[in-house]
Design a protein around this ligand. Structure first.
Ligand SMILES: [Zn+2]
Length: 211
């Protein structure tokens, strides 16, 4: 059967995210990185494989599951009522073509549904080469965005899949601030600080915590 459902993380036939991978995604939240993004999980191990496998398999159900991780993290920090609207930082046309969809958009829509909030596209990539309003540092960091007008005082949650340097989400937030909005950032996964990558199995972690 061609359209058999397989786990996005490990490829096992059955659920879009199998029980083992689900469990692996329930790890502790990554330490809040300096870029201030609320991230649900660290981008390592099975969590990493699920996010990478998402582009091939069961987009909607995997999006729902990963969105649930973000929502749970928002609940944990009691931020679930802090927003009026959900949006995403649109991916580049090239990346969208490669993947066939915009992961950020899928996530934002699923997060919005779970929070009972509207989801709108509020950001466009700023592609104008002659744009002089951005600093050299911003341009070097990669993407800059322009936000739609009419956002004065609106509290926006910007959702993305993986945060590495935080530059994309920071640029998105800057564009929203320019329009008078408040912006907060959330991602499924953040790449770990290289200096602190210590992956212990659960038993050893528990023993280490008890020691
Ligand atoms: Zn799996």
């Amino acid at each position: 059967m061609i359209f058999e459902t397989r786990c996005a993380g490990c490829g096992k036939p059955g659920a879009p995210v199998c029980r083992t991978c689900r469990f692996a995604l329930l790890g502790p939240a990554p330490r809040d990185a300096s870029h201030g993004v609320i991230a649900a999980v660290a981008f390592t191990g099975r969590a990493r494989r699920v996010v990478l496998g998402w582009k091939y398999r069961n987009r909607r159900s995997v999006s729902r599951h990963l969105a649930g991780l973000i929502v749970n993290r928002l609940l944990a920090v009691r931020a679930q009522h802090d927003f009026d609207i959900v949006t995403w930082a649109p991916t580049s046309r090239k990346r969208r073509r490669e993947r066939g969809f915009d992961q950020g958009e899928f996530l934002a829509r699923a997060v919005a549904r779970q929070l009972g909030l509207p989801c709108r596209r509020l950001l466009d990539r700023d592609t104008s080469a002659s744009q002089t309003s951005h600093s050299r540092a911003e341009r070097l960091a990669g993407s800059t965005f322009v936000a739609r007008p009419g956002l004065d005082g609106v509290r926006v949650l910007v959702v993305d899949d993986v945060v590495t340097t935080g530059s994309t989400l920071t640029a998105a937030a800057a564009a929203l601030h320019d329009r008078g909005a408040e912006a907060r950032l959330a991602a499924v996964a953040s790449t770990p600080d290289r200096r602190s990558v210590v992956v212990l199995p659960f038993a050893r972690r528990a023993a280490a915590a008890a020691a």
